[in-house]
Ligand binder design. Structure first.
Ligand code: PMP
Length: 351
């Protein structure tokens, strides 16, 4: 740390992204990316857009907003695109949390929430999940805090029902409730349509997982016009050109290729089912995942040992070192070949 670093950030513990190794080709099941490339149509549009990179991108991302509004049944003032959904989540902490509106989220959830709270100097509470890693909805009823819920949750994969979300949103009318739907396309129930009924609901989604665009950085938030206007104030005060031309073009292509998207989601769901069945045969225990990953442990080997043994054999999964999670590994669902390789290696390891 230099002597110039601002006092206000000295105690900050930044987010640790999953490993992105460059030195060796792994069977990479650690960062919940899609095993499939972006839609060919999205790739073509992105290549075309590369020819115009001398020009700033459109701060209003108009072409993309138009097709997204059509697809998701929104008006253009009800959506804001960002540089990954991480950016809209950070904007939400900036816009809707302060001393009088502390943040609240689960103790086991997306690790960036604590970092966003800290970097924005926002007080926060972490609400423990139940022993089975599910959310107790009663813990969120009328709590007078700005609530962040990943639905389905990560790294547990467990989803809350729409009725439960409605209970939480209705019981906290004076606070914003943010539903982070990064993984919703793999079996969760989206709350996007509820933004027309609730003025305090912000739903975020990403193109990183189900639309195979993690490297392009594209996410969005949907909410009533007033909330989106607030988030736009933050955007135009930080980075008006947050969506670059190639990403915007790829986003239009991704939304324009619904069949490719649907087939890929279906493939992941099928590969998840195969993986769960095989892991069960090998003695693993898992949560009920509605995502593109499983959260699994086995009594036969500790979580960290398993992570290391797999890594040595060329398979990367995500291990968390906290007391509550250390027995588990989060394993991304990849292609059938990737999952078969994982199962073969596990059979060998655990025999
Ligand atoms: N929410 C959750 C729950 C996530 O796991 C992630 C991805 N790590 C994100 C949001 C952010 O994803 P992105 O910025 O790539 O859209």
């Amino acid at each position: 740390m230099s002597s110039f670093f601002s006092e206000k950030y000295k105690a900050l513990t930044p987010y640790t992204p999953g490993e992105q190794p460059q030195e060796r080709k792994y069977n990479k099941l650690n960062t919940n990316e899609s095993p499939f490339p972006p839609s060919p149509y999205a790739q073509r549009l992105a290549r075309q857009a590369a020819g115009d990179l001398q020009l700033y991108s459109d701060p209003e991302v108009r072409g993309l907003v138009e097709i997204a509004c059509e697809k998701f049944g929104l008006e253009k003032e009800e959506i804001l695109f960002t540089n990954g959904s991480d950016e809209i989540l950070n904007f939400a902490f900036m816009a809707f949390c302060d001393e009088n509106h502390p943040a609240a989220f689960a103790d086991v959830t997306y690790g960036f929430y604590t970092v966003f709270a800290q970097v924005n100097n926002v007080p926060y509470v972490q609400i423990p999940l139940k022993d089975d890693f599910s959310i107790d909805v009663n813990d969120y009823i009328g709590i007078h805090k700005t609530i962040f819920i990943a639905n389905p949750n990560a790294p547990t994969g467990i989803a809350l029902s729409k009725e439960d979300i409605v209970k939480i949103v209705e019981s906290n009318p004076n606070n914003v409730v943010v539903i982070d739907e990064a993984y919703v396309d793999f079996g969760g129930e989206s709350c996007l349509d509820l933004i027309h009924s609730y003025k305090n609901l912000l739903v975020t989604q990403t193109f990183s997982k189900s639309r195979s665009m993690a490297g392009a950085r594209l996410g969005f938030g949907a909410a009533c016009k007033e909330l989106i206007a607030d988030l736009n104030t933050i955007k135009y005060s930080t980075n008006p050109y947050n969506i670059n031309r190639m990403t915007m073009a790829a986003g239009i292509g991704a939304l324009g290729d619904e069949e490719y998207f649907k087939n890929n989601c279906q493939a992941i769901i099928e590969n998840r089912k195969y993986t769960e069945e095989e892991l069960k045969k090998l003695g693993f225990e898992m949560t009920d995942s509605k995502t593109n990953f499983v959260f699994a442990k086995t009594a036969k080997m500790g979580g960290q040992d398993l992570y290391l043994a797999l890594k040595e054999r060329g398979i990367l999964v995500r291990h968390f070192e906290t007391e509550r999670l250390k027995d588990y590994n989060r394993i991304t669902i990849g292609s059938m070949e990737q999952m078969q390789e994982l199962i073969d290696v596990l059979k060998e390891l655990l025999k």
